[in-house]
Write a protein that binds this ligand. Structure first.
Ligand code: NI
Length: 230
């Protein structure tokens, strides 16, 4: 089904072929490489193109420019949270799970419409955060600007908050894999020893799932499939 080569550990995230009648869109689906963020010690530098297929959820991963920890500041996390909320609203995506790590973001979303564009949704998130961040740095921390600058071939420079590559996008449609992905997303900060329990991380939907409180992004539990493991 997928053109990309998979490591054994990555295979776990790909739903079995036999369960899904492949559409033409899926046969055309290609991954430019193999990323699965099984280990956060490795950069998320690879990209994968998925298909905007009705009824599918999308697991998205995108990174800060040159994988720098731009999301280690509260203000950038708040901009990103706000931007995800607005983009979800505008592009009609339900948010199922998320985590903001210091240098990357994992997001599991489910489009609510029959037609949708994950690219437009993602672009909308990234653009808003980048505008805020670059404006802030120019005004308040110009010494930081060089870390965001990319030199172009013609000698000009552009400022980047996000890695230029679109990031990673995986289609998910089987409940079992949806819930494995949710657990995987929430476990990110624990694997990195940033906290003891997933729900201790401020920038994550783990608190919503633990029933502790509502986190900063509303999780659309109503649209989630039933957890087959229960
Ligand atoms: Ni990760």
């Amino acid at each position: 089904m997928l053109v990309c080569m998979l490591t054994p550990s990555a295979e776990a995230w790909h739903p079995p072929k036999s369960k899904h009648r492949q559409s033409e869109a899926f046969r055309r689906m290609s991954c430019t490489s193999t990323l699965v963020c099984m280990s956060d010690s490795k950069p998320h530098r690879k990209t994968c193109e998925a298909i905007d297929e009705p009824g599918h959820a999308h697991a998205l991963t995108f990174s800060c420019y040159k994988r720098q920890p731009f999301l280690s500041r509260e203000r950038t996390c708040l901009w990103t949270i706000d931007s995800i909320r607005q983009a979800a609203d505008k592009h009609r995506f339900s948010v199922w799970a998320y985590v903001l790590m210091p240098e990357h973001v994992h997001l599991l979303v489910k489009p609510t419409g029959e037609t949708y564009s994950t690219s437009d949704f993602l672009r909308s998130i990234k653009k808003t955060v980048a505008i805020h961040a670059i404006r802030f740095v120019r005004e308040h921390a110009p010494e930081f600007l060089s870390r965001m600058e990319e030199k172009k071939g013609d000698g000009s420079t552009v400022c980047r908050f996000w890695q230029k590559a679109r990031g990673y996008d995986r289609n998910l449609w089987e409940p079992r894999y949806v819930y494995e992905m949710i657990d995987y997303i929430h476990a990110n900060p624990v694997r990195r020893n940033l906290c003891d329990r997933p729900e201790d991380w401020r920038w994550s939907s783990a608190v919503d799932y633990a029933g502790i409180r509502s986190g900063p992004i509303a999780i659309d539990f109503g649209s989630l499939p039933i957890d087959p493991r229960q």
